[in-house]
Design a protein around this ligand. Structure first.
Ligand code: SAM
Ligand code: SF4
Length: 318
């Protein structure tokens, strides 16, 4: 528990800051300054962090990045994490490009859920926002996960004014006859997007304006940051995640581990604890406890004097 009475049971781990895409709001065109091998947390250290976390009440793990599927050995990492006592759910957030190659192995290794990030259903626009990626590989990956029974697949759409707000209806339509959760996420002023003009930051209420037929439904997981909606008779749901226009901090149940081994109590704060010495001295419990104790009550994105965090999203994992 943190000092505001929130039960922290969810650890998100960025297992690499590298990516095979270059989404305009997330990464610079020429990629990231390559970190030395020794600066990236080794899998055996990630396992140590998860084991200590699990003994202290962490039960859900999400692997993210950068792109988690480009890190060698990721399937085995999933298998090892899933076998740790106390870990009930292992999920992944991915751009989906490598799902055609890995989905089956991931499922066999025990991966419970996949969130696929997809910001356009139009091949040219998708290519543009990702600076060169192929929409088909992502759609094939989603289809394969559905065929493997990894439902419901969550599709995360970052809503960007002037780019994909004209596709809201198309995204919502996906939920009509597929067991898919389409979740619209407000663009956050982090990394590349922190330099973007105001017009790109639009509130998620735009989704309800464009599709007034959506009815609010109860979220299955109350700690989920999304508010859920549904079209009459639809198989899937539509989620709205409003990190900017409406804070979900009071239900926040998560901490984050960066690819270079820093524990972050809040996405929107530069506070972090370097785990290197704690791993060496085998006192990770102390670091985890300290991180949870310093978790702020809420973020301050909307304050006049708010300064975007120094890290890019690919290091923190979203
Ligand atoms: N590469 C994987 C992917 O794209 O799903 C995992 C890492 S990515 C950093 C995780 C999520 O963060 C993605 O859904 C991405 O769209 C989102 N994201 C990145 N920058 C963002 C920003 N400035 N505001 C809102 N979401 C952002
Ligand atoms: Fe890569 Fe994901 Fe960032 Fe896109 S959002 S550049 S896929 S890490």
């Amino acid at each position: 528990m943190d000092k505001y009475g929130r039960k922290i049971n969810y650890l998100r781990i960025s297992i690499t800051d590298r990516c095979n895409y270059r989404c305009r709001y997330c990464m610079p065109e020429d990629g990231v300054c390559k970190k030395e091998h020794q600066d990236i947390l080794r899998f055996e250290d990630i396992i140590k962090v998860v084991s200590h976390g699990a003994a202290m009440g962490i039960s859900k793990i999400r692997l993210t990045g950068g792109e988690p599927l480009i890190r060698k050995g990721v399937v085995d990492l999933v298998r090892q994490i899933k076998s740790i006592d106390g870990i009930k759910e292992v999920a992944m957030t991915t751009n989906g490009s490598l799902l055609p190659r890995f989905a089956k192995e991931l499922k066999e290794a025990g991966l419970d859920r996949v969130n696929v990030s997809l910001d356009s259903l139009n091949a040219d626009k998708f290519k543009d926002i990702t600076r060169g990626a192929d929409l088909k590989e992502v759609l094939d990956g989603i289809k394969l996960c559905q065929d493997l029974g990894m439902s419901p697949i969550k599709i995360n759409v970052v809503l960007i004014g002037g780019f994909n707000d004209d596709e809201i209806v198309d995204f919502v339509s996906l939920t009509k006859d597929q067991d898919i959760d389409v979740r619209f996420i407000e663009l956050m002023p982090i990394g590349e997007a922190s330099q973007w003009s105001k017009g790109h930051f639009i509130p998620n209420t735009k989704v309800l304006e464009m599709v007034p037929e959506l009815n609010e439904v109860e979220a299955q997981d109350i700690s989920s940051p999304a508010k859920y909606y549904k079209l009459d008779g639809a198989k899937g749901t539509v989620g709205l995640i409003n990190p900017i226009s409406c804070t979900f901090c009071s239900n926040c149940n998560r901490i984050r581990l960066t690819s270079d081994g820093k524990l972050k109590p809040c996405l929107h704060s530069d506070d972090e604890i370097d785990l290197k010495d704690y791993i060496e001295n085998n006192n990770l419990d102390q670091a985890i406890q300290a991180s949870i104790e310093t978790k702020p009550k809420e973020h301050h994105i909307n304050d006049e004097e708010f300064k975007p965090i120094k890290r890019n999203m690919n290091q923190v994992g979203g």
